[in-house]
Design a protein around this ligand. Structure first.
Ligand code: EPU
Length: 422
């Protein structure tokens, strides 16, 4: 699948941000902890989320869509042995199944995905933590799955993760929701707290949100009345659309922005010379008046730092800003590959290492045949194609569908010329 984009036009109008992928996935995983009915609203209707829901159904979960973005899930009679290994292998987010299933059943056979297009995605921190909690981890080569099983009755009250990991923290938090624990070196990303909010609705008592120490003092109640949770809006999608407005020098309104999760991103946009007006959860991008200038460094870090998931969109912005910007993605090794595609489109790029590059601007971009390597790179190339003069063909549109809901329809409403083709 591909997108055909005719760029070089200014955009106009407003665009809504949808629910956060990286908040929805752990929230859906957490429904596996309980027999209670969970109604989850503001679900982004994207490929990764739909696959995750199918995985829940493969175990016997009762899933009903109540409206376009609202789903009711009852995982009363689930059997992890029935899990579809093929679906699990398809999405990296399957790693989020470990915490809740081990908490509830004490054993799981799971075909976890390994690395991906953005570089190696190790799981040692997740697995080591479960080993410390008394689980054995063996890899079955023939069946290509991990067998994780409680073998020792260790009653630890505290665990220290050996590095900051978002899904690792979420896995531990879900495990602790049944077996209360103090978690040291916990990640602070806003979606960790979003998951925590659902656990609290299920009866858990949790201390330490917004800190590196999370403590579950009281577990969830496994049975009881139904609970309802609304997934937070997506800071990454919001950031992507704001950068889209700035890079195309357009005046657009981005609605449903979780502004409190993007403090440093806004600071960096200001440094780039982007004029923004923030009114509640609406962000008005004044792209036509912004005079873009390079920033000396754009460094991605764990929250509250600038998210790695926005590094590539910022990279396109740097191609339109006057001067040299150093990009330093401290989190992943494979997240600069989109720069080879930007280079084809005329960007001035000097890749220094797997983590660092210098981008010189402003440079006129021209439409080309390019490849979406992962979902963030894909969204980035859409921005580049909309900046560029002429036609671009973006291959690998299905990568973008993993994380952005019907992106071409929503951008068309802003006046973008973008079409999907098989
Ligand atoms: N790491 C390890 N060992 C582990 C786990 C992580 O060495 O066991 C390393 C990773 O290699 C990486 C760093 O720790 O260098 C941080 O990785 P983290 O575990 O925090 O990433 P993740 O939880 O797998 C989530 C998001 C990613 C996002 C990262 C960083 C979800 C489902 N995924 O991944 O989202 O980039 O946090 O913020 O929440 C995306 O949406 O495009 C995406 C890739």
């Amino acid at each position: 699948m591909k997108f055909i984009v005719n760029g070089g036009k200014k955009l106009k109008g407003e665009i809504d941000v949808r629910g956060s992928k990286n908040a929805a996935l752990p929230v859906l995983a957490a429904t596996l902890l309980t027999q209670r009915t969970c109604t989850i609203d503001n679900i982004p209707v994207i490929k990764d989320v739909l696959t995750f829901i199918e995985i829940i159904q493969s175990m016997g979960g009762d899933v009903r869509w109540l409206s376009e973005r609202k789903v009711r899930i009852t995982n009363k009679n689930i059997d992890p042995n029935r899990i579809s290994r093929d679906l699990v292998r398809n999405i990296r987010a399957s790693i989020l199944l470990i915490g809740p299933l081990l908490a509830r059943f004490g054993e799981i056979k799971i075909s976890l995905p390994g690395g991906c297009h953005i570089g190696p995605r190790p799981m040692d921190i997740h697995l080591d933590a479960f080993k410390e909690l008394g689980f054995s981890v063996t890899y079955n080569k023939n069946g290509e799955y991990y067998h994780i099983k409680r073998t020792k009755n260790i009653h630890k009250k505290e665990i220290t993760l050996k590095g900051l990991t978002v899904t690792g923290t979420e896995n531990m938090l879900m495990y602790a929701a049944i077996h209360p624990l103090k978690i040291n070196i916990a990640a602070l990303e806003p979606h960790v707290e979003d998951l925590g909010k659902l656990l609290v609705k299920l009866g858990a008592k949790i201390k330490g949100f917004n800190s590196h120490t999370l403590e579950v003092i009281k577990p969830i109640q496994k049975t009881g009345s139904a609970v309802e949770h609304t997934v937070m809006y997506d800071p990454i999608e919001a950031g992507t659309f704001i950068i889209l407005g700035a890079a195309t020098k357009s005046d657009i309104k981005v609605k449903n922005v979780p502004v409190e999760s993007l403090t440093l991103t806004f600071k960096k946009l200001e440094e780039f010379g982007v004029i923004l007006e923030i009114k509640g959860t609406n962000v008005f991008v004044k792209g036509s008046r912004s005079k873009l200038k390079a920033v000396s460094k754009l460094i991605t870090k764990e929250y509250p730092g600038i998210p790695t998931d926005l590094q590539a969109p910022f990279g396109v912005l740097a191609t339109q800003a006057k001067g040299e910007t150093l990009i330093f993605d401290t989190i992943y090794e494979g997240r600069l590959k989109y720069l080879y595609e930007l280079d084809k489109m005329g960007a001035s790029v000097n890749i220094l290492s797997a983590h660092k590059a210098i981008i010189k601007g402003p440079q006129s971009l021209v439409g080309k045949n390019v490849e979406s390597i992962d979902l963030r790179a894909g969204a980035t190339l859409i921005i580049a194609a909309l900046v560029a003069k002429g036609e671009s063909v973006l291959h690998g549109a299905e990568q973008i569908d993993r994380g952005y809901e019907k992106i071409e329809e929503r951008l068309t409403k802003l006046g973008a010329d973008i079409k999907r083709e098989e």
